[in-house]
Design a binder for this molecule. Structure first.
Ligand code: GRF
Length: 184
């Protein structure tokens, strides 16, 4: 099976996924694609010898990425810190085949504007005693697709948003590759 990863930033999750499937007979990462030409994820991909592709927002809307993924016979599209809205042309080409990871326990702290540190700050401000990760399928609405997997972690009242982010990242790294494998 062929996996493509879309990421806009650092790509620590992407790295864990590439590591996990390195040398696997079952699946391989055939592409790392980004809307940011200077995203660190592209360097991580090169380190693993995984081909990269960059595209603009208008390319995405016009279906350029969708075409590329089709040509590569991609079976599963993985969003790992990808910050643009997925256009209908991509959703329709890969129905139930696009998976996203969100750094909170959806339906809490989802939707437009809820990404990265905004999420962890919101958890902190609410005084929540736990947070976690959600892995879900992608549909037309932000963070509203079918939930596949969740895992929680305790938040201490003394935790800074950065500390919360670190806990959540550890959970992501621990579970995301496995969940992807189970979807293939
Ligand atoms: C993760 O926290 C993920 O949940 C969110 O973006 C972050 C990406 O982190 N959607 P990284 O680039 O994989 O380090």
């Amino acid at each position: 099976k062929n996996i493509a990863i879309l990421a806009s930033g650092s790509g620590s999750n992407a790295e864990k996924i590439m590591e996990y499937f390195k040398g696997s007979a079952k699946a391989r990462v055939v592409l790392v694609a980004s809307n940011k030409t200077d995203a660190f994820v592209l360097r991580r991909a090169s380190k693993f010898g995984v081909p990269t592709f960059t595209f603009s927002k208008s390319d995405l809307t016009a279906g350029v990425l969708t075409e590329k993924l089709k040509v590569l016979h991609v079976d599963l599209v993985v969003l790992a810190g990808f910050l643009l809205k997925i256009p209908d042309n991509l959703i329709q080409a890969f129905p139930e085949r696009i998976v996203n990871i969100h750094p909170a326990l959806l339906p809490k702290y989802g939707g437009k504007g809820m990404y990265g540190m905004h999420v962890h700050q919101a958890v902190k401000d609410a005084g929540d005693q736990e947070t976690g990760i959600t892995i879900h399928l992608v549909n037309e609405n932000y963070d509203e697709g079918k939930i596949i997997f969740q895992a929680a972690v305790a938040v201490a009242s003394t935790d800074s948003p950065e500390a919360i982010a670190q806990k959540v990242h550890s959970l992501e790294h621990k579970y995301f590759p496995n969940v992807i494998e189970s979807l293939l």
